[in-house]
Design a protein around this ligand. Sequence first.
Ligand code: PMP
Length: 430
Amino acid sequence: NTQALLEKQADIDSSAVAYPNDIPIAFEEGKGATVRDADGNTYIDLFAGIGVLNVGHSNPYVLEAVHEQADKFVHTVDFPTDARLELIEKLDEIAPEGLQGNNRVVFGGPTGSDAIEASIKLSKYNSEGDGLIAFRGSYHGATTGAMSVTSNTKLKKHYAPLLSDVVHAPYPYPFRDGKSPEASVDHALEEVQAILEDPYGGLANPAGIIVEPIQGEGGIVTPPAGFLQGLRDLADDNDVTLVFDEIQTGLGRTGEWWASDWEGVTPDAMTSAKALGGVGFPLSATMYKEELDTWGSGDHAGTYRGHVVGMRAGTRAIEYIQDHDLLAHARDLGEYIQDRLLEAADETDHLADVRGKGLFIGAEFVDSDGNPGDDIVDAIQQYCFEHGVLIWTAGRHGNILRIIPPLVLTRDLAETALDIVLEAIDHAVE
Ligand code: PMP
């Protein structure tokens, strides 16, 4: 069945579909942290639809509200509904401390890219300037503004001109830049400062800084402590909007509601999507400080600013995380997974770095010369697939194994999955 579906997809679907080239699977059903394919094979899911399914596939507590809501109505544009106002209040409750009670939410369209566009417009609207600082290794999405702040040149080379005033600063990546954690942070912050302040090499009119608190697509690159606070200070000193892109890291993924909570730093604006729609409904939002709420009615408009079913699902998913203390679970299970990976790292020089927070984990592989080990990671992914574990990769060279399971993954399933991942590593580095 899988083969037939893949062949049909190849015949009629866009050549741009991303994943079937890596792993030939067709989905039939998902429950919690497992999925079943079209031939009845079951897999443990360490991918969660790119970090979307934090409360698990088809979570019944969320779906109950989805069915109720769908029976009433699905679409209202921006008109008030209980579902909309409930989610705004819920987001305020879990917002970074400095945003709580002072938080506005502009819902985006279905994708994270929409929220990024809103955050760019918000930064520019509230500034005399129009320049943006982003970071090397970043991924922010596929629309024009989001591509502009994304650093991957391969993804943008056919689409010039993009936004012109965007400069990419180095992101602290001690494993790759060969600096100590402190030196890596200092270097990145000095470069940002130069871009903000140097009239020769910098941006003429900076409006904002946009940054992932932990880089996702870039390879679960986890900046040492001090980086986000340093950016906060530079944004304050230079009167620019600081935007945290929490699209992949947010809503409990890292064992805190937001990755930036680990450092206790509050941004001026923050993007969310992916897990925001509860069980995979397309919904995005940009949260921002009330003082930036200067748009007039309809200044940032759109048809799908209020997917009522997605909003109900989002609120229920947050409740589910609260009721089941999944933040603590994500921290504990994340520690267990990192410990198991470190065990593997003791056995092979090819596993060179294990990093991340909560259930946002990356394992970086190198070849015998210390160059990116993307072939090793591909072999691990393939072995895992053949043995019932779905796992994906990340990083500019595709040499980072990315472990981002549903937060509902149980300890038992995690043990089984990690046994297979460790076997796969053994097998791939032989
Ligand atoms: N920002 C980050 C950090 C992301 O990881 C992604 C998607 N992987 C996006 C933005 C874009 O989201 P979407 O694909 O929903 O447009």
